[in-house]
Ligand binder design. Structure first.
Ligand code: SF4
Ligand code: SF4
Length: 475
């Protein structure tokens, strides 16, 4: 039986239809650098209503320097319109690296016998969280390998409870996003009830045949179960989900089209597209060399992927991690990225103590090794507002409620004051002297730009109250 593309289908092979991707790629190839069509697509994109996967594929294929520059310029403009100059900060927290899967590109795979295996106890999680709070973090992304007995859902739920319960000095983790293996509707419901923010799961690659080669063993080898995970998460009540592929595993053009089709599928079936899209690309780790991956992508292509994503899915948050170097992060911040991690450790137990053992349990090597304070300082220097905001899900702004606010551009009325309020908390509690001075200047400058008089008045009052020792205001 031949499959046919059906955006609303519940079946992975229909909403990520292989022939539709191939047809899209050949359409993009036929229209490579077709000026008239690209102009038309850019015009449509400037309305900020997004693009179809076919239109986005034409932009991804374009390599005429002046047209590529137009793509970057438009991405920058859309980023400003939706997100202003704020950048949300987060840190990953690795709970356990025991894993029953055999993903060929990941050092946590079951077959890797050289890596140090570790699972944090609740006491160790507490130590990690205190270390993260002492850096100034408020938002975490939990990471864990898949293991039915060593890291079952109950362990993840207990860990979330522990994390939210720790209040050290003025610190608090206010939003826990979760990146764990594809699971059942029932387990997603439990995660929702535990108060998670976004459920993040990377598809790795949308190319079924290559997916199966890259995931030869373990539960993750089931392409359909993995690809349909977001549908189950939505059915379980999680309405903020984060997509991503690991660029470099397969050809980026194929995966990019798949990624956009996945976003279109969620929007069409549930009325809510992806809350975030992450753009990791393959990088070295314990037993992984990038030379093993001939599809790994250049900085130029990486930049184009970020820009086209900003244009094609304007409502989504775009995340880059510390896999990327300072230079690469600087470039993509301008053209679309809205969230970055800082001061990250990708090893289990890496925050509380950095021992050779914990380093040897890393999932990937970090390019950007700066501390959170150095990154905050750098962002301020570049004119961005580092934000520790976690307000939306705490105010019930999730799923379609969030989407209607962001699509209408109104979310800026919350994001802008929240970024200043949380930056003020950071500078009072954690910043170095130099960062503090820069942050004070930035807050003065930005608070003046808040257009709504009432919002501005409340924000000013909150800023004063924070200076007096009060915390946790939000719009
Ligand atoms: Fe396990 Fe995830 Fe690594 Fe695969 S990518 S081996 S599932 S930790
Ligand atoms: Fe994110 Fe909402 Fe805060 Fe804006 S107000 S930064 S969208 S959590």
């Amino acid at each position: 039986m031949t499959m046919a593309y059906q955006v609303k289908s519940e079946r992975a092979e229909e909403f990520i239809d292989h022939s539709e991707i191939l047809d899209t790629l050949s359409y993009a190839e036929q229209h490579k650098n077709d000026r008239a069509l690209i102009e038309e697509i850019l015009n449509k994109a400037s309305q900020c209503k997004g693009l179809t996967h076919r239109e986005a594929a034409v932009l991804i294929d374009c390599d005429e320097p002046d047209l590529v520059q137009r793509i970057f310029d438009l991405a920058k403009e859309i980023k400003q319109r939706f997100y202003g100059n704020r950048i949300v900060m987060f840190a990953p927290l690795y709970l356990s690296n025991y894993c029953v899967n055999g993903c060929t590109y990941c050092p946590y795979k079951l077959q890797n016998k050289t890596i140090a295996r570790k699972k944090l106890s609740q006491e160790e999680i507490e130590q990690e969280v205190i270390a993260l709070q002492d850096m100034g973090h408020k938002r975490l992304a939990l990471e864990a390998g898949e293991h039915p007995t060593l890291a079952p859902i109950e362990y993840i739920l207990d860990s979330i409870k522990t994390i939210y319960s720790i209040k050290h000095k003025n610190g608090a983790i206010r939003r826990v996003n979760v990146n764990i293996a594809a699971t059942t509707v029932e387990n997603y419901r439990k995660l929702k009830d535990a108060g998670i923010g976004t459920y993040i799961l990377f598809q790795e690659t949308y190319h079924k045949e290559n997916y199966e080669k890259l995931h030869p063993t373990g539960p993750k080898s089931d392409y359909a179960y993995h690809t349909e995970a977001m549908d189950r998460a939505m059915e379980g009540g999680i309405d903020d989900v984060g997509l991503g592929v690991l660029f470099g595993l397969n050809t980026y053009k194929y995966d990019y089209v798949g990624l956009l089709m996945h976003a279109e599928h969620l929007e069409s079936r549930f009325g809510v597209g992806p809350h975030t899209i992450s753009v990791p690309r393959i990088c070295p780790a314990d037993d992984i060399e990038t030379t093993d991956f001939p599809n790994s992508i250049s900085d130029e292509i990486f930049k184009k992927i970020v820009a086209v994503t900003r244009i094609a899915v304007p409502y989504t948050g775009i995340i880059v991690s510390t896999r990327e170097s300072e230079k690469s992060r600087k470039e993509v911040l301008e053209i679309g990225v809205s969230q970055i991690s800082g001061g990250s450790k990708t090893s289990v137990g890496g925050y509380a103590e950095s021992t050779p053992d914990s380093e040897n349990s890393s999932q990937f090597d970090i390019s950007d090794q700066r501390t959170l304070d150095e990154i905050v300082n750098w962002l301020l220097e570049l004119g961005h507002v580092p934000s520790f905001c976690t307000a939306c899900y705490r105010m019930g702004r999730t799923g379609d409620r969030f989407m209607s606010l962001i699509k209408s551009g109104q979310i800026v009325n919350c994001c802008a004051p929240n970024s200043l309020i949380t930056l003020k908390e950071y500078l009072m509690d954690y910043a170095s002297e130099d960062t503090k001075q820069k942050a004070i200047k930035m807050i003065e400058q930005e608070v003046d730009k808040i257009p709504n008089a009432k919002v501005k008045e409340i924000a000013l009052r909150n800023l004063q109250d924070i200076a007096q020792g009060k915390r946790d205001f939000r719009f």
